[in-house]
Ligand binder design. Sequence first.
Ligand SMILES: Nc1ncnc2c1ncn2[C@@H]1O[C@H](COP(=O)(O)OP(=O)(O)OP(=O)(O)O)[C@@H](O)[C@H]1O
Length: 646
Amino acid sequence: MPERSSSVMESDESRNHASTSYTSKRRKREEEDESLLEMEDDDQYEQSRYIPLKQRKAAEAKRIANLRLKGMREGDSENNISANDRGGERRAEEDNSHRQASEDEDETGASTVQRSKQILLKQARELRQQQEKEGKTEKEKQAEEERKILEAHAARRKLASDMELAKGISYTEPIKTSWRAPHFIRKRTEEESVALREKYHILADGKDVPPLIENFRDMKIPPCIIEYLLSKGIKTPTQIQMQGLPTAFSGRDMIGIAFTGSGKTLAFSLPILMFAVEEEKKLPYIRGEGPLGMIICPSRELARQTYENLQAMAEVLEHDGFPRVGVLLCIGGISMAEQYHTLSKGFHIVVATPGRLQDMLDKKKFSLDCCRYLCLDEADRMIDMGFEDDVRTIMGFFKQQRQTLLYSATMPQKIRTFAEESLIAPIVVNVGRAGAANLSIIQSVEYVKQEAKLMYLLEVLQKTAPPVIVFSDNKNEVDDIQEFLLRKGVEAVAIHGSKTQDEREYAIKSFKNGKKDVMVANSVASKGLDFPDIQHVINFSMPKDIEEYVHQIGRTGRGGKTGLATTFVNSSAEEASLLDLKYLLIEAKQHVPPFLLAIQDTQGGGSGCQFCGGLGHSIANCPKLDRQQTRQRAGFSGGDGGGGGY
Ligand SMILES: Nc1ncnc2c1ncn2[C@@H]1O[C@H](COP(=O)(O)OP(=O)(O)OP(=O)(O)O)[C@@H](O)[C@H]1O
């Protein structure tokens, strides 16, 4: 009862409120009406008064002149079409009444009216044309809107050192190196170069693009390295290496975009190594000197892998009589004591994760005073993971111009625009669309109910021989899956950001050397890690964004081999991710399951979202941008996390 009475009271109240507001509204209306009446009365009064013809003509001419002036102003205003529209109608009405009122006026008045009518008709015609034009460029308007959103979310300032920012220094010329392409290659005409790039499906944008070179020998790579590469099954350069290596050897800044497993690591590691050899030959590095170059990676595992590759090549060179090149690994979770022998001798190259690198620079363990080469591997992922500020701080330590290389398989327009501003006359090398999946991977997407996933996983594991990687976004789920597999007798290890460094290293090592068949991982292991011959990648759930998906499935099908990727989806997946997935599958000419085909959309299949590269939506409804904004509003600076980069 009390509830009821209160609701009655509420309704009475609301009714009262409604009636009050209605009364006040009405009172307002009445006031308005009164003022309207007053105006009408005035008009009537005006009309009933006698005005001599001469005065009436003068007033009429003035009124027409005012109307024309007003019409012109309204016509000028591009943004106010509806006002224009209304203005046009009003003008037409006024013209009409004016015509009737002036029928028995003298000739001067009639010709003025005629002129005004012609002008008004012309304006109406122009207005129609304008409206038609506006209608046609609806797409352009959308592109404009998207551009504005992108600008609003672009990085705030370019990557530059403190000194450069403070003094407003900006370099205009790329760094000069002693490397030259062989004469017969330099003699190539522009048409020949374009044809060659077309042959290899390479897009290279920029001023004076260095030549594409089809073999390692013509790139003047030392024979001992060529032999070493051969021993690893690397006979000819991949597309990104054909264009990326000569570009880096020439000292040019570049953005390299090529699909997963296409050999990007060699494309940025070999040039830094060759520069180090050259420098060491000129004047040996002593204790306290270095580094000459830096490679920054988003995860410890990726940094270690790149470090090991560089170390191996440095040893080959040293063994062949070239000077020693010191490489320092600078990552979280390891004691720097084991690196002190490198630090104590002077070193040329640092391979690092952003957090530990920043820490070392802050503590003045070494400086970037003579650093002239910087590579950001998986640059876009690094920014996504929230390392942008760390990278900016690190940039602050540079004292001179450096060559900057950014590499990734995914590089949405957002990052590219920002990077192009920070680089000096950069060359952008693209092998395929940024964010496209590696075509050597067979992608299978299956609808699996949440509660059936674990049992189905066992079945799906039978599809190929080991090694297999199972990805899950959730650290607890990673542990649960590993436990389940162990209980079922599957040799499985697990890796994620909350594991200790020893556990992470043990997992990687035992999986890499074949002692374990399955590795269960969160996104940490998807970032650039190169495990030999992964047969099958299983996404236990659809990753939050399509870039993550591309990187995850990219752990298989590497170095030209084929691989299989299976992804479990169900109703818990976001529709926007599923649409991106649908278009990615279509682009890669893969089978699209009916439940994905059935998802209707209005704008997919275009050039993709400029923020995340997804093909199923535009930046105006990008779920990743949405998440980022929510995080920013909540005061988090970090990205999608899961890295453990420090
Ligand atoms: N020219 C080549 N020919 C054959 N194999 C190659 C060549 N270059 C590199 N590889 C091999 O291909 C594999 C993938 O290379 P890499 O790790 O550099 O790929 P990536 O493009 O960096 O991939 P991701 O985007 O996933 O990081 C490695 O095992 C590497 O040894």
